[in-house]
Design a protein around this ligand. Structure first.
Ligand SMILES: Nc1ncnc2c1ncn2[C@@H]1O[C@H](COP(=O)(O)OP(=O)(O)OP(=O)(O)O)[C@@H](O)[C@H]1O
Ligand SMILES: [Mg+2]
Length: 368
């Protein structure tokens, strides 16, 4: 087996895990919507929860990560949500467990055929499965990651948005029938909220935020990368740890990136490159676009803004900024924030450069 010179680790999410456990231990009564900025660790936390709950008796966890699935039609949705028992035959026991991560509900060949021929209602099939489990004393749990990927799909003939229908179905399964727990994860809370508004689903869900790692946890991690990541070749001093925190904050993915590069480059070279990349990213996103420039200018000195402070910015533009992972939307507090500390540097650097350019242009005109 390969011995990696740096390994991944899982840093403290005790509080969040306890909140999820608490949700699962109550009788189903609402959808839990897990949101958080790009790469805050939502999927990782869901996998951890999946493993913990699988070890417990009495729960049937169905986990569907839509990022791994090709979804462009209603048939793709059926394939993603339902797996026929025949498709599992022939798989080795080891792969079978893994396979069951892809596809929520097992089907017999007949139901599968009826579903494919559209003579069976997928929502009824799901409900029957929940009822069957509950009768056996098993609590079903559905976890769907990257839920926003269902956007653009419609039910056959009816021209109904699949996503909205699915949400309505989950409301019926949680708040009304108390049959099943449903956890939905997405980094696009703006979009999900639009679905809520459209389908009058408010007051049917709890929102749970997963933010980047906290400062104390990051410092404790980086003070002991030998223990957490099996790094033998170097250690980090307080000054270096502070530079990492100042550059990327608690974004675990970016911290790994820096740790990986430190085998070869200096901390200053790595963080300077990260900042330059982010400036380029902001320059690209705002290129020749006054409205986008104007929007990001609000975040120059402050990484978080209330909706009222962004008056004049169209909702469409805000939605696009969230979709493009520039801004992050928190539906509980109704605030918009920059997606991560490194992007804050990008915005700061971009406006500094633009202003220097304007000054330079003015000066050259003066001296002409
Ligand atoms: N608690 C943690 N401790 C250490 N590393 C973590 C932790 N949580 C996540 N990571 C790392 O951070 C990276 C991003 O995590 P993940 O993909 O789970 O985020 P996400 O919120 O699902 O992202 P996206 O918004 O793209 O869906 C991964 O490389 C993961 O290994
Ligand atoms: Mg994810």
């Amino acid at each position: 087996m390969i011995q990696f010179k740096i390994d991944i680790t899982f840093i403290n999410r005790e509080k969040e895990m306890a909140e999820l456990q608490n949700y699962l231990e109550g009788r189903p009564n609402s959808i839990l919507f897990l949101h958080g900025p790009k790469s805050s660790g939502k999927t990782t936390l869901m996998y951890q929860l999946f493993e913990q709950m699988e070890a417990k008796k009495g729960y049937e966890i169905n986990f569907l990560n839509l990022r791994e699935i090709f979804l462009t039609s209603y048939d793709d949705f059926i394939d993603a949500f339902f797996k026929s028992s025949s498709s599992e035959k022939g798989l080795k026991t080891g792969t079978r467990r893994q396979y069951s991560l892809f596809g929520l509900f097992k089907l017999d060949a007949f139901t599968e055929k009826m579903l494919k021929k559209r003579q069976e209602d997928p929502f009824l099939v799901m409900k029957r499965e929940f009822q069957r489990l509950v009768k056996k004393g098993i609590q079903p749990v559905v976890i769907i990651d990257e839920f926003h990927k269902l956007d653009g799909l419609y039910l056959p003939d009816k021209q109904k948005r699949l996503m909205v229908e699915l949400m309505n179905f989950f409301v019926a399964m949680t708040k009304e029938s108390h049959l099943c727990h449903v956890i939905i994860a997405s980094s696009d809370a703006f979009f999900i909220e639009q679905v809520y508004v459209d389908s009058k689903l408010r007051k049917t869900s709890e929102f749970m935020k997963l933010d980047y790692l906290e400062k104390d946890d990051v410092f404790a991690w980086l003070r002991d990368i030998k223990k957490y990541n099996q790094v033998q070749e170097y250690t980090l001093d307080e000054e270096q740890i502070k530079i990492i925190w100042d550059t990327v904050g608690g974004s675990a993915w970016e911290i790994y990136y820096i740790l990986g590069k430190l085998f070869q480059y200096s901390i200053d070279a790595i963080t300077a490159k990260i900042k330059r990349e982010k400036v380029a990213m902001i320059a690209d996103w705002t290129f020749d676009d006054k409205a986008r420039n104007c929007l990001l200018r609000h975040f120059r000195k402050q990484p978080i803004r209330k909706l009222t402070e962004l008056a004049g910015t169209g909702k469409d533009l805000l939605g696009q900024a969230v979709k493009d992972n520039i801004l992050y939307y928190d539906p509980v507090d109704g605030i918009y924030g920059i997606q991560g500390k490194s992007l804050e540097w990008g915005i700061k650097g971009y406006f500094e450069e633009t202003e220097t350019d304007v000054l330079f242009a003015k000066n050259t005109r003066l001296f002409k």
